[in-house]
Ligand binder design. Sequence first.
Ligand code: NDP
Length: 293
Amino acid sequence: MTARLLEGKLFARMIKDEAKQAAEALKPSLGRMPGLAVVIVGEDPASQVYVRNKERACEELGFFSALIALPKETCKEELLAEIDRLNANRRIDGILVQLPLPRHLAEAEAEIIERIDPRKDVDGFHPVNIGRLVAGERSLVPCTPAGCMKMLALAGIPVEGKRAVIIGRSNIVGKPISHLLLAENATVTICHSRTENLPAIAREADILVAAVGRPNFVTADMVKPGATVIDVGINRIAPKKLVGDVDFEAVREIAGAITPVPGGVGLLTIATLMANTVEAARLQMEGKRERTK
Ligand code: NDP
């Protein structure tokens, strides 16, 4: 039987509608719609596309958006000063520094991310937010993993008690999704490039997450019949052809549910960024209330 197709478009719509409703509910006390600032350094074409899509999503939901496009030769101090200004800007609830940064800033990436006020860190990459996520506390969670979890919930796919296997241990996908699945009471295994017998481990998964960055990495023999397969990978194999990490055509004959690429997880990421911007606005408002008590 062919797997149920988990289409990103449908779930992204639901996440955005929910974010818009939450923003409108917050508006009377906030006095405005939430605001997102995106900082981009240089002219990387892929980053420019992502940034445009983020602006478009803000427009669609009626959020305020500010694009800070800095020249590629911007130095670390200038970028940090810009982040300080955005941290202090009351119109801005969420700040996102588009990655990757140009080579001369790459080494300072951690310092740059750490400069963002954790309550405005809509990417969820600040160590404070990572720590809170690991501790099971309320936090801003990286958008791609949070979007995948929301999709599972909206699709009615049970997580509790299930065996989840994640292939990939990056800070932006693999590690955070493992904590989110654990928080939902899955039994979680993380695989990476040094894992022995990876196909056998993958075959035990009820929920298999592929975040590797290699086309056709997950083949049909690595998938348990009926499993849910979430393909996070985005691999460009020709100028106009994107594929995921999963051998989609073969795996869809085995899996119970599967996300396509393109048209799957990628669409959830920006929708979740909107939800995180509302959550950031809420966190700051609650923080202000606490301070004035
Ligand atoms: P990273 O390159 O940071 O991490 C890749 C992970 O895959 C690493 O943990 C690595 O292991 C593991 N890996 C690599 N080769 C193998 C192998 N042969 N066997 C087992 N594990 C292996 O990538 P990201 O997590 O940032 O991204 C993963 C993919 O997801 C990419 O295609 C990226 O483009 C995509 N992506 C998609 C997003 C979306 O919105 N849909 C958002 C973010 C990413 P090790 O740690 O041992 O090196």
